[in-house]
Design a protein around this ligand. Structure first.
Ligand code: NAP
Length: 274
C-alpha cells in the first residue's frame, strides 16, 4: 500500500507546488520544497509550515515521493539534475499539463526508479474533493504504482483516471486547449468590437460568458500559451472550430433560419446524449 511519509516537491513555491505542499502536509507527510531561488523557497516554506531545501538534490534526500512541479520547458533540465541523486525505491511523478513529451523525458532520465506521468485536472485554487486526476503509466511497474497511487488519491476523494499519454494529449487538445482558445478568441473579439460600451445593458447569458472568459484570461499566460503550442495537433482542433464558425457565419449572412435551427437542434440532441 502506497503511503508516503516524506514528500519532496521540486518547484515547491510555484502555484501547484504550494497546492501539493498543503495537500501532503494535511495528510501528515513531512514535506520538503525546493526551487530555483533559495530565498523564495525558504519564505514559502515558512508560510506553508513545511521544510525548504537548499537545492533540488537536497530536497529529494530520503523522500518516498518526488513531485516535479515545474513548467514543461524546465522538466528536461530538472530531471537531468535529479537523476544521479535518486535513491532506491523513490517514486517520481511529474504533473505537467501535457504528457507525451514529459513521459518520454521521465523515461530518458530515470532508469531505475518508477517515474509516472500525471496530470491534476485542476488549478491551484481548487479543493481536492471531486477533482479529476489523470495518471499515464506506460509499463507494468508504472501501472502497478499507478494503481497504488490511485487508491491513495481516492481516499482524498479524487476521481482518478488512468490513460495513455497519447490519449491524454488528444483529450487535452480537444477539451482544455480548445476551451482556452474559445475564451481568448471571444475576449479578443470583444476587445475588437469595443464591447465595454454595451456592458451596462448585458444579459444573463452574456454575464455567464463573461465570467468564463475572465476565468481563462486571468489565468497564467505562461501555462496557457504552452497548452496552445505544446499539445500535439491543437491547431487541427482549432481549425475545425474555425471551419464550423465560418459555416455558422455563412448561414447567418444568408439569413438561413431553417438551417440554423436544424443545427441548433442537432447540437441539443448530441449534448443530451452525453
Ligand atoms: N496552474 C495550473 O492550473 C496547473 C494545473 C495542472 C497542472 N499544472 C502543471 O503544473 C506545473 C507547474 O505549474 P504552476 O502553475 O505551478 O507554475 P509556476 O507557478 O510557474 O511554478 C513552477 C515553479 O517551478 C520553479 N522552477 C523553475 N525551474 C526550476 C528548477 N530548475 N528547479 C526548481 N524549480 C524550478 C519556478 O520557480 P521560478 O518562479 O523561480 O522560476 C516556479 O516556482 C506545470 O507543469 C503545469 O503544466 C498547472
Amino acid at each position: 500500500m502506497f503511503n508516503p511519509k516524506r514528500v519532496a516537491i521540486i518547484g515547491g513555491y510555484g502555484l501547484m507546488g504550494q497546492w501539493f505542499s498543503r495537500f501532503f502536509s494535511r495528510k501528515g507527510c513531512k514535506v520538503v520544497i525546493s526551487g530555483r531561488s533559495r530565498l523564495k523557497s525558504f519564505r514559502a516554506a515558512r508560510n506553508l509550515g513545511v521544510a525548504a531545501a537548499k537545492s533540488n538534490s537536497d530536497a529529494i534526500k530520503g523522500a518516498d515521493l518526488i513531485i516535479v512541479s515545474v513548467m514543461a520547458e524546465r522538466l528536461d533540465g530538472v530531471l537531468e539534475e535529479l537523476s544521479p541523486h535518486l535513491e532506491e525505491g523513490q517514486k517520481v511523478i511529474d504533473i505537467t499539463s501535457v504528457k507525451s513529451v514529459p513521459v518520454k523525458l521521465l523515461h530518458m532520465h530515470i532508469k531505475k526508479n518508477v517515474a509516472l506521468g500525471t496530470h491534476p485536472m485542476f488549478g491551484p485554487s481548487a479543493q481536492a474533493e471531486g477533482q479529476n486526476f489523470i495518471l499515464t503509466p506506460t509499463s507494468g511497474k508504472e501501472r502497478a504504482f499507478a494503481s497504488e497511487l490511485r487508491a491513495y488519491l481516492r481516499k482524498s476523494k479524487f476521481n482518478v483516471v488512468i490513460m495513455s499519454p497519447q490519449k491524454h494529449d488528444r483529450m487535452i487538445g480537444a477539451m482544455l486547449s480548445l476551451t482556452h482558445y474559445v475564451g481568448f478568441v471571444t475576449g479578443d473579439t470583444w476587445r475588437s468590437l469595443k464591447i465595454h460600451k454595451f456592458m451596462s445593458t448585458s444579459s444573463t447569458s452574456f454575464r455567464f460568458l463573461e465570467s468564463f472568459v475572465k476565468s481563462i484570461v486571468d489565468a497564467s499566460p505562461e501555462l496557457y500559451s504552452y497548452l496552445q503550442v505544446g499539445v500535439p495537433n491543437v491547431h487541427k482542433v482549432e481549425n475545425e472550430f474555425a471551419r464550423i464558425s465560418r459555416e455558422w457565419a455563412e448561414l447567418t449572412r444568408r439569413k438561413d433560419r431553417k438551417r440554423l435551427k436544424s443545427r441548433m437542434y442537432r447540437i441539443e440532441r448530441y449534448l443530451s446524449r452525453l
